[in-house]
Ligand binder design. Sequence first.
Ligand code: ZN
Length: 484
Amino acid sequence: MTIGVVVLALSSMAACHSGGVRAIKADTAPSAPVDTTAPPDDSRPPVTGSDPLGVGDELFPELGSPSVDVVHYDIDLAYDATSDRVEGAVTLRLTVTDDIELVHLDSDGPDVQAVTVDGVDASFETEPGNLAIELPEPLADGADATVRVEYTVDPRGGAGSVGLPSGWFNTPGGSYTLNEPDGAHSWLPCNDHPSDKATYTFRITVAPGVTAVANGGLQDHTTSPTGETWVWQEDRPMATYLIQVLTGDYEVVDGVGPHGLPLVHAVLRTDVAMAQPLFDLTVEQIDFLEQWFGPYPLDRYGLAITDSASGLAMETQERSLFSRDDLVVGAPDFMVHLLLSHELTHQWFGNAVTPARWTDIWLNESFATYGQWMWMEHAGFGSVASAAADALRYRLPGSSASPTVDDLFGVNSYDGGAVVLHALRRTIGDDDFFSLLRRWVAEHNGTSRTTDDFIDMANDESGEDLTKFFDTWLFAQRPPSRFP
Ligand code: ZN
């Protein structure tokens, strides 16, 4: 069994629940011809010099804002586990990349109370899926601005637009978020597209005795009779889909990885002892993967093990998220090795270097699958060659470089694309293949990249024109039936 199959099963199971989400989007499309003689609708902000909806993602056309580059998110959340309500304030430091009078943020769920731009009150309108903010003064291309949005939200995690768990989930012991690909804006107004990476500060206030965890390092923790505030900071550029927010009875467990790499785990207090073998395994895996993919590319790593239903694993930046039902199994077994190595490999492929568009998802999932295959071979669970042969045999028709929304996390994004990597390795040889993967991370760390960027670097590293290789193995609907 592979993670691709697990995800595929979840995906087809949940696909039938996703119709509602898409129906809402369909309702927003104009159903009748626009009456050009009608007077302009004064209730809407003016749209001249506006910020069009969406950065042009083929799979999620409305996601992101093309005229905004968010540099830093300051996220203040107060979470009340008795009402399951979040009171939020997000401050976005951004640079505008066009002359604009309007800023759009992705937002679908937050009830927005107030918006300021550079400290001045701004009028705003919530539209399906986004928040339109009228700038008090127009901004010129290149200008910096600070936008602050105050809101409340009753989070409603569910089957998201790809039919997988998405958004903010309340658990008996607290809460967790799972945002890939587009769940972040169901609880946080943001530029919810992986092409715009930013740094983050999280300031999360919870009830006395409760722990709040987010990406990065713990900067501060204060307690008062009414609550506790936990401040986490992520200094490495990060896509919104990689945000981690957890609340509950967690213990933050510090450790040390290879060459002093800080490890910061978050596990439920009841699970600390059982998790030690998992922490130890993680150190071995980092050490192994570094030999092939280059130095661990971020500032720290850790495991976050939450009280969610089985089947959840997500490479949230600098601390991957798992379900305790999948990991609390005694001695680490096949599935534990697989899940841990897969999410760890994503820290290089997906997190340090992020897909610029969702159609580039194979740059995440296939590479994580390949790292997982390599670890499984090393740990004695079967060779890369046999995993690759199986994957080639059971691959479905369709290109790994052009997934649909429904099969974004399907088998061709995982094992199907790992087949492409294995064929590339056989074509250009181990030396060029692994130096290509190391260069990909070393030279592009902190940025968002496309499949074409990868092909360019593969050509350069191998000194060959690999156009025909990628046409045959990546872009064709059916790859060859045998490896080179
Ligand atoms: Zn993955």
